[in-house]
Structures are given as structure tokens and as C-alpha cells.
Design a protein around this ligand. Structure first.
Ligand SMILES: *Cc1c(COP(=O)(O)O)cnc(C)c1O
Length: 478
């Protein structure tokens, strides 16, 4: 067998002699009883953690890692164990401060909700509700009816339905309308988004077969037309959420596709991905059709996410013709993909902010961050810069630099929102150590490293987080 990598370590055979010296679980637990820090840690959790800890040290010994007999003496062993137990007790689901500048950051929880919505969620959780109870008739009601009317009002659609997420929405529409049938899609729209959602794969799962038409950059109406057979169940458009095809390109306008579908009695679906009710081109972003516009173009069924540009909770929203939505509602899959009461309560609260666009832009954090003018981001940046320069004089160099934020969440790819970032540079602390330390705080601070500096984009840091960010930086850097 091999010996451990550092030269003067004993070979594994000698290491094995350490095994009998390992403290026993019961001995450790007796000592832990007197540790005040562990007072609130349940005995069962202590026992499990102690067993795991001893096991991991045993593995280290067997591997030939550097472990000495003094490491295994109680007074040296117990502090490490206590630390391990406390670490295990730490909440896994943690708050982070998003200094990445990516507004809908899928890894950091996508959209964050307005405080008003959070009040609704609280009540949905700790009180009974009319989730499936019709207060007018006193009879059983449908959970979907709570948001359907609002969805129709906002999008102009005849009917609507909400499921667990947009991937589920796409799956259930395909399964309902095109199982064992063919679905025609342009080659340029065979999207893969993060978390292994791919149009061809979801299509297979739904039991529909994919018929690709056109070329990657150009698809014509005649391509769809020539592919139609008596097995065609659906014409599908998919929004190129996270990429763009530029140059010599052609997509078929919705109106033409709808006319083609109507002529053949085939429904047309558009998976919008990050559907939005507000035209964001006023904020320097490319014009993308809103959900209302897509519905108005005559498309029969439209799907989009609740927690992307809509700025609400995770959900998949389906709007369209009543005949189709009714069919989807009756699909047994619907029960498996149904949304919970928190989502419904949260979604209703978000949708109620939309009839007045100014209110939506001001109160829905995702939209507010997109709409925030650069000079306000800069003011925020200057505020924290002043405080840090005052409190960490000589410990670290701070500056405010130009940065670019992104919408994220597979929306508006390749489009930049001008922003400002706090740049940190320390002569004493290596930048990747600094990044790691900030990431390991109780409220983690997430930034990015560029040119040997740590950058924190301030578009995605809320005003009421500046104090906490400042406090964390001072603690870590002083
Ligand atoms: C994001 C996205 C989905 C999946 O939506 P989730 O809400 O993440 O399940 C599906 N289709 C497109 C085009 C998307 O952009």
C-alpha cells in the first residue's frame, strides 16, 4: 500500500495502531453533557454526529492521513467534535446577499417577493383558508379559480391554470394535446435551459414525437406547412430564453403560424419561458413580446414561469383557449403537478400588483431592480464606499467601478444593464480566500472575482441590506 503524501508520515501499517486509541461514542457523549454550547442540541443529534465524526477520523487513519496519538486524546479530540456538532446544527437553507448583479439568479432563488406578499404567505401558512372551499356556495371549490380570473384579466386569455413550475406546464400541455402525436418545432428553438430541461427530452416524456423543421437560423412558414400530417397534434414555438440567433435569421410570426394552424385544425402553443406583463424596452432592454401580446396574436395556449420576469413564486402558468385549458384541468397529471397553497397565495398577491404598471414596477423586486436607474445604483454604492473607507482604513482598498448586471433566469440573454460594483482589494488577504470567507458567513455574501479583485454589484443588493453588508465586510476584513 501507499504511504501518505507528506514525507515524514508513518506508513499506513503504523497508522492502524492508532485505531484502538479512538475515543468511544459513549465516552464522548458523557463529556459532551457538560458542554454549555451543546445545551440546545438534542441528544440524538449529538449521538449521530459523534458517531459520524469518529468514523470520519477512522477513515482518515485508514487512508494514512496525518493523525497522531495526541490528536486522539480527549482534551484534543473533543473541541473538534464540538465544532463539528455545532456546524451540523447550522441551518442549511441560508440567506445570502446577492452581489452578482444577476437579478433572476436561479442558484440564488430566482425572484424575491415583496414584503406585502410575504404577509399573505404567513397567513396562508398559520391559518386555515378557503383553498378549495367556495365561500359563496359553501361547497367544495377549485384552488385554481382563485387566480384564474386575474390571469384572464391581465393576459386577455379565455382561461388559465397554474401548476408547479413552467417545466411542468410544458409537460402537461404536450401530454394533453399531443400524446402519441407529432409536434412541429423549429430547429432554432430546441432549447436547453439549466437543470436539464430540454425540449426534445420533455417531448419524449410527454409521449409526443418531435418533428424538427427549418434550419438553425431560418425557419419559414412552408417548413411547418410541409411537415403537417394527419398525426400532427400541435405547432410549438419555444422562446430562445438563454441564447440568441443573430445574423441571417428568420422566424415565422405568430399570426402566420396561427393562420396555418387554424386552416388545418391544429392548435398552436408558445412556451414563453420568462413571460412578462410589462414592456421592459423602456429600461434599455430588447423588446420582447409581453404575454398579453402573445395571447392577442391568436396563439391557443401560452406557458410561462411564475418566478422569472413575473417576479412571483415558483409556478408554471398556462393561459389560453377555454376548451384547451378545461382539457388540461381534467388531465390526471394535473393532480401530480398541482401547486401548493403558499404558491397560490403568493401568486395572487403578485398578480394583484399588475393592473397598475407603476405599482408593479415599484413594488415587485425583480422589476424594480431592472428599472432602477444607474444613478440610484451609484448612490447606493457611494454610501457603502464611504462607510467602508471610514471603518477599514488601510486594511483594504475599495473603489466603485462600472459593472454590468444581467436579468438572468433565462431571460434577455446577452443584454447588459449598466451597473456599479464595489471592488475590494486587500494586500493581506488573498482574493479567493476573501471570496470563500464571505461565502461562509451566516448570511453569505456572494460576489465575483475579476482581475484579482472581489466585485459586489450593487443593483442586486437592497438598500436595507447595506448595513448588514457593511457589518459583514468590517467583521471579515478587520
Ligand atoms: C425557464 C424555462 C422553462 C422552465 O421553467 P421553470 O419555471 O424553470 O420550470 C421552460 N421553457 C423555457 C423556454 C424557459 O425559459
Amino acid at each position: 500500500m501507499h504511504t501518505s503524501s507528506s514525507g515524514n508520515n508513518p506508513p499506513v501499517a503504523i497508522n492502524k495502531k492508532l485505531l484502538p486509541l479512538l475515543p468511544k461514542v459513549d465516552e464522548c457523549l458523557l463529556i459532551l453533557q457538560h458542554k454549555d454550547q451543546l445545551e440546545t442540541v438534542p441528544r440524538n443529534s449529538q449521538k449521530k454526529a459523534t458517531r459520524d465524526y469518529i468514523n470520519s477520523i477512522r477513515q482518515n487513519i485508514l487512508k494514512g492521513d496525518e493523525v497522531s496519538s495526541t490528536d486522539l486524546e480527549k482534551e484534543n479530540f473533543i473541541p473538534g467534535l464540538v465544532e463539528y456538532i455545532l456546524e451540523k446544527q447550522k441551518k442549511r437553507f441560508r440567506r445570502v446577499i446577492n452581489g452578482t448583479g444577476v437579478i433572476i439568479h436561479t442558484n440564488l432563488g430566482r425572484s424575491i417577493l415583496p414584503s406585502k406578499t410575504m404577509e399573505t404567505l404567513y397567513e396562508a401558512g398559520n391559518r386555515y383558508s378557503n383553498l378549495e372551499f367556495d365561500l359563496n356556495t359553501g361547497q367544495r371549490g377549485s384552488r385554481y379559480s382563485l387566480v384564474e380570473e386575474l390571469l384572464c384579466e391581465l393576459t386577455g386569455a379565455e382561461a388559465g391554470l397554474v401548476v408547479n413550475n413552467n417545466a411542468a406546464a410544458v409537460l402537461i400541455v404536450l401530454e394533453t394535446l399531443a400524446k402519441s402525436r407529432e409536434v412541429i418545432v423549429s430547429r432554432g428553438q430546441l432549447v436547453e435551459i439549466g437543470g436539464s430541461f430540454r425540449i426534445p427530452d420533455i417531448m419524449k416524456r410527454s409521449g409526443a414525437s418531435l418533428v424538427e423543421v427549418g434550419a438553425t437560423n431560418r425557419t419559414h412558414l412552408r417548413d411547418y406547412e410541409q411537415a403537417i400530417t394527419e398525426d400532427t397534434g400541435l405547432l410549438l414555438k419555444v422562446h430562445c430564453s438563454n441564447y440568441r440567433i443573430v445574423g441571417f435569421t428568420k422566424e415565422v410570426p405568430n399570426e402566420e403560424l396561427v393562420r396555418l394552424g387554424q386552416n388545418h385544425g391544429i392548435p398552436v402553443m408558445e412556451d414563453l419561458g420568462s413571460g412578462c406583463f410589462v414592456d421592459l424596452s423602456h429600461f434599455g432592454l430588447m423588446k420582447e413580446p409581453t404575454v398579453q401580446e402573445v395571447v392577442a396574436s391568436g396563439v391557443d395556449v401560452v406557458t410561462f414561469s411564475g418566478d422569472k420576469l413575473l417576479g412571483g413564486p415558483q409556478a408554471g402558468i398556462i393561459v389560453g383557449r377555454k376548451k384547451i385549458i378545461d382539457k388540461i384541468k381534467k388531465n390526471p397529471l394535473n393532480r401530480a403537478l398541482r401547486i401548493d397553497k403558499f404558491t397560490l397565495a403568493g401568486l395572487e398577491s403578485i398578480l394583484r400588483l399588475y393592473p397598475d404598471e407603476t405599482t408593479a414596477l415599484k413594488t415587485i423586486p425583480t422589476l424594480a431592480m431592472i428599472a432602477m436607474p444607474l444613478d440610484l445604483v451609484n448612490k447606493r454604492a457611494q454610501r457603502i464606499l464611504r462607510r467602508l473607507r471610514r471603518d477599514l482604513k488601510g486594511k483594504c482598498t475599495f473603489s466603485i467601478i462600472d459593472s454590468v448586471s444581467r436579468v438572468g433566469g433565462g431571460a434577455m440573454p446577452e443584454q447588459n444593464l449598466p451597473s456599479k460594483a464595489l471592488a475590494l482589494e486587500s494586500a493581506d488577504v488573498n482574493v479567493s480566500t476573501l471570496e470563500r470567507t464571505l461565502r461562509s458567513q451566516d448570511v453569505a455574501v456572494i460576489g465575483r472575482i475579476e482581475d484579482n479583485r472581489l466585485l459586489l454589484d450593487l443593483r442586486t443588493v437592497a438598500d436595507d441590506e447595506i448595513a448588514l453588508l457593511h457589518e459583514t465586510l468590517v467583521r471579515v476584513l478587520s
